[in-house]
Design a protein around this ligand. Structure first.
Ligand code: NOJ
Length: 543
């Protein structure tokens, strides 16, 4: 029997480094994180996704790994990791971890050995050229920061290939020994108790890097999945693949490849819809993906740890988003495609707009993924380089260093936010916990309700006509249950009459931006405030 736990999951992504520092050295650690597990369980999280915590020179927030079989000493030990995983499980939370095997840090011993000699057994772990290929300037992933995909290594006397930063050398997936290692890495962490992986850079990983292999590149995904399921039947892979919609079937296969994919398409169109305050783009984004297998699942998010990529939108649409959200392109635009901000600062912290965005995320037909701090409306710090702007220390309290660390402030690995609106004195967990109307308490309620409505994660979904350009209504049906969510993307209040199939069904008010109000009789007229949202159960009983 397959265990499709991920269809009911509420995933929370965090970076150990930024979460909680227990030993007072200014860097978050596993001990600190473990002490916060009751907080996460209380919020209703069912699965924690850990960003890379492996030993690293940390030139790309840990996505530059130098040892796949260990924990970075700044964050703790393998023992601390196992303790954290066990304690998470005790509280009913699973753990998934970033699997970053498209590349290694150039400080990884494999790369170091590979450079030393052409005869090294690790030489063929990487991709080399004696001359710089003519197209070396093509395909750079971080334009503006990176200008080539081939860099000369003095030690190796050759150019090595890297799709990301030059300190991240691509592994050669055509080498079966590399795949054996990847499997060993997966097996190692599965054995230590993880429930799966967030597969970093999936399309780049499987891309064939030389012309030697004529294999279907996506077959690698099937191999990976097979190995995963053999080792642990309920483990999943959530792939990061911001690919054209035509490529999506290659990732899900017939249910024999990746279980989950992030829905980048829906994310970008959601942001456009929120900027325009109209539903048309959201509908376009949701309708774009092809059918996926029954065991497959989309992961929805508002923001993640990278830039808000708008690469699927036209230049005009990108400009429109910047203008409508009143953003200074000079400061926020990055890699020719995205915005290096969190969502609340993009809407000047307007609580109605923030809740609208997350209400949409929680009701999307898939699995919601939160990025740490989103539950309190954490801001960003544009003085930090590139994407580090959106990775500030977590704000636990109004105490020095936001309660994140007891180190002297100048020893924090990254400063806490202290501006007037998003600074830790104004915005933190402790204060929001005490305030019944806070975003934190709202998130907790929304997550609880989302869990009581499995239809959103499991069901078939369809749009419901509202006759209004700013109001999006959709229903999800699963087994005997049906739920519906109605969202008003515009600042103007309105009333819509919904076109439900069963005219006689009454609507049970579940959650909204207004006090609970049972709609009388079988009327399907729904009032919405500006940026208002309401979730209903259609027919049946509450709970
Ligand atoms: C995708 C990750 O999300 C990003 O943060 C990282 O820089 C690249 N992959 C390279 O690993």
């Amino acid at each position: 029997m397959l265990d499709l736990w991920y269809k009911s999951a509420v995933i929370y992504c965090l970076d150990v480094e930024t979460y909680m520092d227990a030993d007072g050295d200014g860097i978050g650690d596993f001990e600190g994180l473990t002490a916060r597990l009751d907080y996460l369980a209380g919020l209703g999280i069912t699965c924690v996704w850990l960003m890379p915590f492996y030993p690293t020179p940390n030139r790309d927030n840990g996505y530059d790994v130098k040892d796949f079989y260990n924990v970075d000493p700044r964050l703790g030990t393998l023992g601390d990791f196992v303790e954290f995983t066990r304690q998470s499980n005790e509280r009913g939370m699973r753990v998934i971890i970033d699997l970053v095997v498209n590349h290694t840090s150039i400080e990884h011993p494999w790369f170091q050995e590979a450079c030393k000699s052409k005869d090294s057994k690790y030489r063929d772990f990487y991709v080399w050229a004696d001359e710089k290929p003519e197209d070396a300037h093509k395909g750079v992933i971080f334009p503006g920061v990176q200008d080539s995909t081939w860099t000369y290594s003095e030690a190796a006397g050759a150019y090595y290939f890297h799709q990301f930063y030059e300190h991240q050398a691509d592994l050669n997936v055509e080498n079966p020994k590399v795949w054996q290692e990847i499997q060993k890495i997966m097996g190692f962490w599965l054995q230590l108790g993880v429930s799966g992986f967030r597969l970093d850079a999936a399309p780049f990983l499987v891309e064939l890097k030389s012309a030697h292999d004529s294999r279907d590149e996506y077959a690698y995904l099937e191999d990976m999945r097979q190995f995963l399921s053999w080792r642990r039947g309920d483990a999943i892979i959530l792939a990061e693949a911001n690919v054209p919609m035509e490529a999506v079937p290659h990732y899900f296969g017939d249910g024999d490849k990746m279980q989950m994919l992030f829905n980048f398409m829906a994310n970008q169109y959601l942001i456009l819809a929120l900027a325009r305050e109209e539903v048309a783009p959201l509908i376009e984004g949701l309708k774009a993906p092809p059918e996926i297998p029954q065991v497959g699942q989309w992961a929805y998010f508002v923001r993640n740890h990278d830039e808000l990529s708008l690469d699927k939108l036209s230049d005009e649409q990108q400009e429109e988003i910047l203008t409508k959200f009143n953003q200074d392109k000079e400061k926020v635009w990055i890699y020719d495609r995205g915005i290096r901000r969190r969502f609340p600062p993009m809407v000047q912290g307007d609580p109605r707009r923030v809740r609208l965005a997350y209400s949409l995320m929680f009701t999307m037909p898939g699995t919601p993924v939160l990025f740490y701090g989103e539950e309190i409306g954490l801001g960003d710090d544009l003085s930090q380089d590139e994407r580090n702007s959106i990775r500030p220390p977590m704000q636990w309290s109004g105490e020095p260093n936001a309660g994140f660390s007891t180190a002297p402030p100048d020893q924090l690995f990254r400063p806490v936010i202290s501006d007037d609106q998003f600074g830790y004195k104004q915005l933190n967990v402790i204060d929001q916990r005490r305030d019944p109307s806070s975003l934190l308490n709202w998130m907790e309620r929304a997550i609880r309700m989302r869990k009581e409505c499995p239809e959103f994660g499991w069901g078939d979904w369809q749009m419901i006509g509202t006759g209004h350009p700013c109001v999006f209504a959709h229903r999800c049906d699963w087994r005997d249950g049906s739920v519906m969510a109605v969202h008003n993307l515009s600042r103007e209040a309105c009333t819509v009459t919904l076109n439900l199939k069963e005219n006689g069904d009454r609507l049970i008010d579940l959650l909204g931006d207004r006090p609970y109000h049972q709609i009388e009789g079988v009327s399907h007229e729904v009032e919405l405030d500006g940026y208002g949202y309401r979730w209903f159960r259609i027919g049946g009983y509450h709970l």
